[in-house]
Write a protein that binds this ligand. Sequence first.
Ligand SMILES: [Zn+2]
Length: 255
Amino acid sequence: MLEPTATLSDADVEPEFLAAWRLAQMGSSRRDLERDTAWTNTVRELHPGVFALRVLRREACARLLRQIDSARDRELERGGRLASPNSMHRHGVLLSVLGLDALLADMTTRWVRPIAAHVLPQFNGATLSAHHGYLVEYARDKDERLAFHVDDSDVTFNLCLSDSAEGAELTMLGLRCDQHRDTELLPGECYEYRHEPGVAVLHAGRHRHRVEGLRSGVRRNLILWCRAAAPRGFSTTALGCQPWCAWGSRNAPST
Ligand SMILES: [Zn+2]
């Protein structure tokens, strides 16, 4: 298990993130936030519904990875089995079995929720309380790509901890409701993102995405699927599944 030090203190996060996070908690309107340089330097909408958050200092990223690695080594030494986070990652590591639950809960409710409340309110951003967290590693002998999918989350917080990779970019492929998940791409929907340590991507779980093939190097990310405790139901308007839902299934192009 990890020592109690495996939490993130105010000193671990970027000073501007801390300032933006404080503003977000003060009941500021989105318009007021967007007039503040700490907010605009910290929270950037890269593409509709896809946000980059400059969160962690580089040294905090490195320390967190060292803590995860030593917890994993200890777990393996004592004969423990590391659970896979889901069916798509052969080499991912579920962090709850490494004693990181307190950290993940803290990340979800203290750090992610106040920001998500402003940028993704239609996806339960303000009421996120549950989490499922894991580490993914893109490397030659680990996972090398990830196929088209959606996440089982209301909001996904995907934080890069280290990156020496060529390739393994994250490609976002448009937001859909459950019914229209496999519909074709619309012009302009595809957005490719190059990860950067300390920066997290925040998006709705229903926002389709994939990871491109790795060419060399290693990328390690902490993924947090955040969910509201209440049952998840979103109006099709909130989902932004356009024009599919607006047209209705009878008129939607066949795929
Ligand atoms: Zn739809």
